[in-house]
Design a protein around this ligand. Structure first.
Ligand SMILES: Nc1ncnc2c1ncn2[C@@H]1O[C@H](COP(=O)(O)OP(=O)(O)OP(=O)(O)O)[C@@H](O)[C@H]1O
Ligand SMILES: Nc1nc2c(ncn2[C@@H]2O[C@H](COP(=O)(O)O)[C@@H](O)[C@H]2O)c(=O)[nH]1
Length: 186
């Protein structure tokens, strides 16, 4: 059976995790748990949201790709991908745009790339504040080059990624349904 990894990418706060949760809840797609050295946010759990690592433990895994984002390390391991594929041929992963480019290059049509954006960048700050992000970490993130980079679709993903303006979650879900239906049919 063909395999597909639905890669959800875009700037912080655009709704990547929300869309990934939708794919899990309505399509039973397991999410690849990635690794990070960032401290957990309130409510985040080790092994559910991320594998929370220190620098030493982070280096023990075997990565398909790894990046630095706003001062912390993130990586998707082969072990994490294999674990997700064990239970379903269709899986989902949430990545920054650099990671999404690597997935497109390495996995070709096995990777279905979905780039999320919003009409007003200011809405993202609002969403992250409402999410309860620590104000110091939020400021560091907004000042980071990675945050600004991920606001724009990378040129390597033009004509590759499905672009969704996630201003309205209900509309976004309909677009996700269309993308999933087409990807599974092909
Ligand atoms: N269309 C939407 N309209 C309003 N709020 C939304 C919408 N989509 C998601 N949200 C909310 O915005 C917040 C950020 O969403 P989410 O955590 O999914 O973003 P993210 O892209 O995964 O962020 P990060 O990269 O920082 O982890 C959440 O509180 C979520 O409930
Ligand atoms: N390239 C990768 N990007 C990843 C990975 N895991 C998460 N991410 C992305 O990092 C930023 C910051 O995440 P946050 O949870 O601290 O807000 C965001 O864009 C994630 O999608 C990974 O393994 N590789």
């Amino acid at each position: 059976m063909k395999k597909r990894v639905f890669v959800i990418t875009g700037a912080t706060g655009t709704g990547k995790t929300t869309v990934s949760d939708y794919l899990r809840d309505y399509y039973h797609m397991p999410k690849v748990i990635t690794h990070t050295t960032r401290p957990p946010r309130k409510g985040e759990m080790n092994g559910v949201d991320y594998y929370f690592e220190n620098d030493e433990s982070f280096d023990q895994n075997h990565y398909l790709e790894q990046v630095a984002y706003a001062g912390y390390r993130y990586g998707s391991s082969h072990e994490g991908l294999d674990a997700a594929f064990e239970s379903n041929p269709y899986i989902t992963i949430v990545l920054d745009t650099k990671g999404a480019v690597t997935y497109a290059e390495q996995l070709g049509e096995e990777a279905v790339i979905i780039f999320l954006t919003v009409s007003q960048d200011a809405d993202l700050i609002d969403r992250m504040t409402k999410r309860g992000d620590d104000s110091m970490m939020l400021k560091e993130r907004l000042d980071s080059p990675e945050y600004r980079r991920d606001l724009t679709l990378p040129s390597a993903l033009k004509n590759v990624a499905h672009v969704i303006v996630n201003d309205n979650l209900a509309t976004t879900k309909v677009k996700i349904d269309d993308i999933v239906t087409a990807a599974i049919a092909n």
